[in-house]
Design a binder for this molecule. Structure first.
Ligand SMILES: [Ca+2]
Length: 465
């Protein structure tokens, strides 16, 4: 009798562990595009087709109100990795390849997404652009919880004297220097496809950080002219088609090895479009806190768990991916610090259309510029002097670097932030102003150090040098 009970105990334990490794813990593939705009994909209204990404959206959920925590590369990535606003995790400024940033990287004692997934038994792999302090002690991808890394440490740069920005690293070692960009996306995609096709005795987490569609616009030969669009716009569209093709290959590899239903694929962009992309119908783009800077394509596919064909207008954020991944991996979100992201599984499965966020904060560098509650977005006054280096120019393109009076927009009826309705809604203005005062005290602002703001350590932080 006693013996039988032990057998039952082991049978149950085995079943539990199988379900934890098998059905319970999906593989996770996080694909991050660079500077891809809200209006750059067919499924978001672009003229040029993006067949593979559109297929991903059809097979899962497409979010129309997915916000990133910063409108430029570095801070957006820091927030993605930590689930915390850039001001909270100590990375509000985008790194530049100059001496000033020699010791500036993601803080080693921030708890990252790959660290948490690794603690849940995942193999963690990153391919692509890091941009969070590769050469800074303690801030390399391997220090941040990745088992394996392949990629360029930051942006691809063409100037002759910046060869380190054309160097492919595997883990901490140089693989190849002065790589032509035309080779990079294929190299990355081959690496990911090979990895997916290997035998895995544990679930895996892949973070695939593309360089496309960040400049320089260098589509490789098989994609040149494929969009059949003329001029510079055509080169950009060809570039996006190369990204699209890469994502198709990743999806095909997942299907081919039979892990389709056990793999959560997430696709989003790190910030809005720079010079060439489109944020239509939003205003602004990269570098500014208009919706075009922060609202990005966001697609989630997990067949059998996330119903196909959903389009969701619930406000979600890149901050939410860390808690979401923790949830699906069965590991607790850290409780020793404030987590800004929320677990959005119920939004993705269609159980709710309520946003888990009461408020969303739009920072540009150190400057709190807008606060959002549901459809209401209140912009606060600012001057070019308040702005980080990427947003100092008060030109027509970098809109809202100067604002003398606050402005309120109703994004439900005015997604393009064109019509200031501040006079009609004093109660909304009063509430959001109070929220801003509270968050300034907590996360900081220009000349204000927040009570829960990690020091960034930069002297003269809003300037490039
Ligand atoms: Ca970017």
């Amino acid at each position: 009798m006693k013996h039988k009970r032990w057998i039952e105990f082991f049978a149950v334990a085995l079943l539990l562990s199988c379900s934890a490794w098998g059905r319970g813990q999906p593989n996770i593939i996080l694909i991050f595009a660079d500077d891809l705009g809200y209006g750059d994909l067919r499924c978001y209204g672009a003229k040029v087709a993006s067949p593979e990404i559109d297929r991903l959206a059809e097979e899962g959920l497409r979010a129309t109100d997915c916000l990133v925590a910063a409108n430029v590369c570095g801070p957006s990535r820091a927030a993605l990795m930590t689930g915390r606003y850039p001001m909270r995790c100590g990375h509000p400024i985008s790194r530049h390849p100059t001496a000033k940033y020699a010791a500036y990287g993601i803080a080693p004692d921030e708890i990252t997404m790959p660290e948490l997934l690794k603690s849940a038994g995942y193999t963690t792999k990153m391919v692509g652009k890091w941009h969070l302090g590769f050469h800074v002690e303690g801030s390399h991808p391997l220090d941040a919880g990745f088992d394996e890394y392949l990629g360029l440490y930051s942006n691809y740069a063409t100037p002759k004297d910046r060869v380190d920005e054309r160097t492919i690293y595997r883990n901490r070692e140089v693989v190849e220097t002065d790589v032509p960009f035309e080779k990079v996306t294929k190299l990355y995609t081959d690496e990911i496809v090979d990895f997916i096709k290997q035998d895995h005795d544990k679930p895996f987490f892949i973070y695939f950080a593309h360089h496309i569609a960040h400049g320089p616009l260098l589509p490789s030969k098989p994609f040149k002219g494929t969009s059949e669009t003329k001029g510079r716009a055509g080169i950009y569209c060809d570039f996006v088609l190369e990204l699209d093709h890469s994502i198709g290959r990743v999806m095909d590899a997942v299907n081919e090895v039979g892990i389709r239903d056990n793999t959560l694929i997430v696709f989003l962009s790190d910030n809005g479009p720079a010079r060439d992309g489109s944020a239509k119908p939003l205003s602004g783009g990269k570098y500014v806190t208009m919706e075009g800077g922060h609202r990005v394509p966001g697609i989630f596919r997990w067949p059998g768990t996330i119903p196909a064909g959903q389009v969701s207008d619930t406000l979600i954020s890149s901050l939410d991916l860390l808690p979401l991944f923790c949830h699906v991996a069965g590991v607790d979100v850290p409780t020793d610090r404030t987590m800004d992201g929320k677990n959005i599984i119920d939004v993705l499965t269609g159980k709710t259309d309520q946003s888990p966020h009461n408020y969303f904060y739009y920072y540009n560098g150190l400057n709190l510029q807008a606060v959002r509650n549901e459809q209401w977005k209140l912009h606060f006054p600012r001057t070019p002097a308040d702005q980080p280096y990427w947003a100092k120019k008060d030109s027509g393109q970098r809109i809202y670097t100067t604002l003398k009076m606050p402005m309120l927009f109703n994004l439900e009826s005015d997604i393009g932030e064109k019509k200031n309705v501040i006079a009609q809604h004093p109660e909304v203005v009063s509430e959001l102003t109070k929220v801003a005062e509270r968050i300034r005290k907590e996360l900081g602002d220009i000349n204000v150090t927040g009570s829960d703001q990690r020091p960034h350590g930069l002297v003269n932080p809003q300037e490039k040098n």
